[in-house]
Design a protein around this ligand. Structure first.
Ligand code: UDP
Ligand code: MG
Length: 309
């Protein structure tokens, strides 16, 4: 018998715990037909509501349900890593608790693994129910990061995927602190089958992502998977040097030929403001990488587990 592990990161998802379980259990026949056993890991990412209590209640009914409780909120990426570390399955799936990753897709995804693919990944083709401005910025982000980074990051890709053991081990071997899962999943390679589905709206509760939160996440993603911004900063610096050199020659020669009538205060102010702005921007870019390096060298654990059962 093969084992299928399901990892569900949860942050304040009390209403979704049981819904998710019921929905997953609709695959009972599929599991039996393929002689698959299952284990379900709910990773409670420091919820303040009854998430952990609800998981325990479920565990009392079905011992194949497990709880990993974090000591505080460490973020979804850490929760995924904790789940992947705990999972013993030959096949492992990562799924959201809010049913935006429909468990009904699992049989189809499993089918592709039987055909020889190493992992089946999902992407949503519509963004129905999402504010248009958010969709617009999301599209911009994907265009930008794919331009900057050699690692391909699929537009609309979800973290929902079903992986074989070698893929899971590869992902676990990437132990960096600044985790951008979408990038890591792609970076490890392997034969990936993409399947598409229409966006499903959240079953209960609200999304944990604010616009600002998403913006910072996007920045983290770019910094984690590309050093192009550093090169851009360097090239901009070089361009400004060349420009300054030409200007110096021009001003010098003009002063020699026509004297210096002490004009040009406005242009001087403009130049100073522009150049110092560009300098600050470039220092900021370097600072981003330095900050990430700092966090990385501290080698702090990705998460702290308070309880595990
Ligand atoms: N999540 C988490 N930790 C966090 C934020 C979110 O474990 O700090 C979980 C959340 O409970 C859900 C999944 O990550 O199962 C996706 O979150 P959400 O639905 O808010 O994101 P969206 O689907 O809007 O991108
Ligand atoms: Mg969601």
């Amino acid at each position: 018998m093969k084992l299928l592990s399901i990892i569900v990161p949860c942050y304040n998802e009390e209403e979704n715990i049981r819904c998710f379980y019921d929905e997953f259990m609709k695959n009972r026949d599929f599991l039996a037909e393929n002689s698959l056993d299952y284990e379900l890991f709910y990773v409670d990412d420091g919820s303040q509501d009854k998430t952990a209590a609800n998981v325990r209640a479920l565990r009392a009914e079905d011992p194949k349900v497990h709880l990993i409780l974090f000591s505080r909120n460490f973020g979804k990426e850490a929760a995924i890593y904790a789940g992947l570390s705990a999972a013993k399955g030959d096949y492992v799936a990562v799924m959201d608790a809010d049913l935006q990753d429909p468990p009904s897709l699992l049989p189809e995804m499993y089918g592709y693994l039987q055909q020889g693919y190493d992992q089946t990944a999902t992407r949503r083709v519509t963004r129905k129910g999402e504010p248009p401005i958010r969709s617009f910025f999301a599209r911009c982000f994907y265009r930008l990061i794919n331009h900057f980074s050699k690692t391909e990051i699929m537009d609309g890709a979800r973290d929902f995927r079903l992986m074989t053991r070698p893929v899971v081990d590869a992902i676990l071997s990437v132990s960096e602190y600044n985790r951008f899962s979408k990038g890591i999943f792609s970076w490890v390679g392997f034969q990936t089958k993409w399947i598409e589905f229409e966006n499903v709206e959240r079953a209960h509760g609200e999304t944990k992502w604010s616009f600002w939160g998403l913006f910072l996440y996007a920045m983290d993603g770019i910094v984690a998977f590309s050093t192009a911004p550093l090169s851009i900063a360097a090239v901009t610096g070089l361009l400004f040097c060349v420009l300054a050199f030409v200007m110096i020659l021009f001003v010098f020669i003009r002063a020699l030929l026509f004297g210096d009538p002490t004009q040009g205060w406005p242009s001087l102010v403009c130049i100073i403001l522009l150049v110092s702005g560009v300098q600050l921007l470039c220092i900021g870019v370097v600072g981003q990488y330095l900050a990430k390096t700092y966090l990385e060298v501290k080698k702090r654990p990705l998460y702290i587990i308070k309880e595990e059962e």
